[in-house]
Design a protein around this ligand. Structure first.
Ligand SMILES: [Zn+2]
Length: 141
C-alpha cells in the first residue's frame, strides 16, 4: 500500500465516522425531545402527599425496599442523591414534579447510580439515558 492509497482509506473512514456521528447526534436529540415531550404531557404532582404516594407506588413496581425521602419543590427540576445511608429525591417544576420524573429518579437509585462517585462520561452515556428510558417508557436496561 502506498501513501496515496492509505490516504484514500483514511478519507473514506473519516467520512463514515462523520456520518455515524451525525446519525448518533440526531438520534440522541430526537430521543431527548421525545422524553421531554412525555414529561411535559405527564400530570404534575400537586402536593407532598401525592408525591409520597407516587414514590411508594413506583418503588413497589421496582421491588425497592430502600428508604427514599421525597421533597416537592415549586420549581427547579428533579434530582436524587445519597445522604448518609438514606436516599433523597427532590422534584419540582413542570417537568420534574411528575410521575415520570419520580420514575426517572427512582431508577437512578435502583441502579445504584447515587452510590457511585460522579463520572460525567458514565452519567451522560449510561446512567442518564437508562433512567430516561425507564422514566418515560418503562424500559429497563
Ligand atoms: Zn437523571
Amino acid at each position: 500500500m502506498d501513501l496515496n492509497e492509505a490516504n484514500q482509506y483514511i478519507n473514506e473512514a473519516s467520512k463514515w465516522v462523520t456520518r455515524g456521528s451525525a446519525v448518533a447526534g440526531v438520534s440522541y436529540v430526537m430521543a431527548l425531545v421525545i422524553v421531554v415531550g412525555r414529561h411535559a404531557l405527564s400530570k404534575r404532582i400537586q402536593s407532598q402527599a401525592e408525591l409520597e404516594e407516587c414514590v411508594g407506588e413506583e418503588k413497589a413496581k421496582l421491588g425497592m425496599t430502600a428508604s427514599v425521602m421525597a421533597y416537592l419543590h415549586s420549581d427547579g427540576g428533579a434530582y436524587c442523591r445519597k445522604n448518609g445511608s438514606a436516599y433523597e429525591m427532590h422534584v419540582g417544576g413542570r417537568l420534574g414534579a411528575t410521575r415520570l420524573g419520580v420514575r426517572h429518579e427512582l431508577y437512578h437509585i435502583h441502579k445504584g447510580d447515587t452510590d457511585k462517585p460522579y463520572s460525567p462520561w458514565k452519567f451522560n452515556l449510561i446512567q442518564e439515558p437508562r433512567a430516561a428510558a425507564y422514566g418515560a417508557f418503562g424500559l429497563k436496561f
